[in-house]
Write a protein that binds this ligand. Structure first.
Ligand SMILES: [Zn+2]
Ligand SMILES: [Zn+2]
Length: 252
């Protein structure tokens, strides 16, 4: 399991790109969210749109979906030796979000005789069910209303060879989402949205530390954080959590 953080910043980041990841699972590449900075962050990390096997979309904020349309179009309009070889984009999305995402994409893709289905294949694990990516199991959990009231969102758990990671995506109300129910003795990492300042849509460091039992703190990988993260070095060290850094590859 090799994880490349393409970006680690919040929605308004100027320096750290949007919180999007490449997870290499065996031979498969999973892109976790596709924000507007993807067009730059992907190439800077050494990847191309055509490398991606699956893209997972957690929710419809622009730092998670703003770069998806370009990716879909560039894959579709893929040419080899002057010949059009369209690549359909496989999008993993929670059942609750699939209609909204399809509608969003159809506004720009349904024209000139084309429809969303020509460009994309929606992969929807049913009833919070699981699917295989390579030899790993990918399962979604619903976090609707727990990032922002009224917003559909999800996180996921990825399990392989007796280990797993939990990825919260954007979240504020950890207790209501019952994230801890996803964590077990085989969990090697909790990729957790962490804000260092008061925030109505993202868990603050204090909220994260008080939610998770202290023995889990060293397994927390803080992401989606403020650009001035350097001002919080001491707090982070004291907290004994890990900080995900852009392009700093993590392997399990
Ligand atoms: Zn976000
Ligand atoms: Zn968000």
């Amino acid at each position: 399991m090799k994880i490349t953080p393409l970006g680690v910043g919040g929605a308004f980041t100027k320096t750290n790109y949007h919180n999007n990841y490449i997870m290499q699972i065996g031979e498969q590449l999973l892109l976790v969210d596709a924000g507007t900075t993807l067009r730059t962050s992907l190439v800077e990390a050494g990847y191309h749109y055509t490398d991606i096997d699956y893209v997972y979309i957690s929710h419809l904020h622009f730092d998670h979906v703003g770069g998806l349309e370009e990716m879909i179009l560039q894959r579709y309009w893929h040419f080899e030796d002057g010949k059009h070889v369209p690549l359909k984009t496989k999008i993993i999305v929670h059942e609750k979000l699939s209609l909204s995402l399809r509608t969003l994409l159809s506004q720009s893709l349904n024209n000139q005789g084309h429809a969303v289905e020509d460009f994309c294949q929606f992969v929807i694990p049913k009833n919070e069910g699981s699917m295989f990516i390579g030899n790993s199991t990918f399962s979604l959990f619903d976090t609707t209303n727990f990032h922002q009231e009224g917003m559909i969102s999800s996180g996921f758990k990825l399990s392989w060879n007796g280990a797993n990671l939990v990825y919260t995506s954007d979240i504020k109300r950890l207790d209501q989402a019952n994230i801890i129910a996803q964590v077990d003795e085989k969990t090697v990492a909790i990729f957790q949205d962490v804000s260092f300042t008061t925030n109505g849509a993202h868990a603050t460091l204090d909220e994260v530390l008080s939610y998770y039992p202290s023995e889990l703190h060293e397994r927390i990988f803080a992401m989606h954080y403020n650009d001035n993260v350097g001002d919080f070095d001491e707090v982070i060290q004291q907290a004994k959590i890990q900080l995900v850094k852009r392009q700093q590859v993590i392997e399990f």
